[in-house]
Design a protein around this ligand. Structure first.
Ligand code: CP
Length: 324
């Protein structure tokens, strides 16, 4: 079966093909009657072991608009609460003859593991990674790229600053790969305590810049002022060891505050702000920034449906597609 487990499995042409199809799906999304027959007779299961608003509902809408049958299973309501293993759960679902499992799981690598089990079983079920631990969230990166390109044109040569809780962010890891494939220059900004260990060697190898000084990045001290500020969510739920820096310190050092928004807008008048959601308003992003004309937050949500339609199309409807 063909899967979408990680942006790292794609090449530049594969990413571009998914984005081009998303543009066509966006036209469907804007129609009065959105239903198209493309996936009639296909069944897609959303299997979510972590909470979600955007990803789960947009995959469900994407499937429904393409006439697939879509079913939602969450960890809490499933037999995993009785102790059933992930292997037994996914093998059980696949054995019913479903065409795709869209899976979110708290363990990094879970989607890859499930894809291997299902390939061994030979059910032909595709696995789509809807976020695995701190590893990857490929459809989020695709929709981020799509949204920015809709506003700014090609990402090639654009400067994107990814700011915040980098350590815990699967959105960061997927975006790093897709942005590089699309030719963007990337600066990663985080407090030292929320920058992954080994980041310096990683940055040297993959050609991105690290900074602990958001104000210097916004001032264009070492590189052009960013065209895109990609703010990351502070992931409280993954900070079992405590919360450092404190929320107040975080906002002072790394929040997109009203003052920083003014600085950014003055220096980069066409610059845009992204956030994958859910947002911690007042922590990593001020309400003024979240709701600014330069904020693409709701455009990202809208693009999420079109991008997920594109992914489902390439995995389930076409012959040879981009996602492999
Ligand atoms: N961005 C994102 O994955 O949001 P959800 O957790 O609401 O799906």
């Amino acid at each position: 079966a063909r899967h979408l487990l990680s942006v790292a499995d794609l090449d530049a042409a594969g990413v571009r093909e998914l984005l081009d199809t998303a543009a066509e799906m966006h036209l469907v999304q804007r129609r009065d009657v959105k239903k198209i027959p493309t996936l009639r007779g296909r069944t897609v299961i959303n299997l979510f072991f972590e909470d979600s608003t955007r990803t789960r509902s947009s995959f469900e809408i994407a499937g429904k608009w393409m006439s697939a049958d879509t079913i939602n299973i969450t960890g809490k309501g499933s037999s995993t609460s009785k102790g059933e293993s992930l292997r037994d759960t996914t093998m059980t679902i696949a054995s019913m003859g479903v065409d795709a499992i869209v899976m979110r799981h708290h363990a990094s690598g879970a989607a890859h593991q499930v894809a291997r089990w299902l390939d061994e079983l030979g059910t032909g079920t595709s696995v789509i990674n809807a976020g695995d631990g701190t590893h990857e969230h490929p459809t989020q990166a695709l929709l981020d790229a799509y949204t920015v390109e809709q506003r700014l044109g090609s990402l090639a040569g654009r400067h994107v600053a990814i700011v915040g809780d980098v350590t815990h962010s699967r959105v960061f890891r997927s975006n790093l790969v897709s942005l590089r494939l699309l030719g963007a220059r990337v600066t990663v900004v985080a407090p030292p305590t929320l920058m992954p260990s080994g980041a310096r060697a990683w940055a040297e190898r993959d050609g991105f810049t690290l900074s602990h000084d958001l104000d210097a990045v916004l001032a264009g001290t070492h590189a052009p002022v960013p065209d895109v500020l990609m703010m990351l969510r502070v992931q409280h739920e993954r900070m079992s060891g405590g919360y450092f820096p404190t929320p107040r310190e975080y906002t002072v050092g790394y929040g997109l505050t009203r003052d920083r928004l003014a600085t950014f807008t003055a220096a980069s008048p066409e610059g845009v702000i992204c956030h994958p959601g859910p947002m911690n308003r007042g922590l990593e992003i001020a309400a003024d920034a979240a709701d600014a004309a330069s904020s693409l937050v709701l455009d990202q949500v809208s693009a999420g449906v079109a991008v997920r339609m594109s992914v489902l199309y390439h995995l389930l409807a076409s012959g040879e597609g981009a996602a492999a």
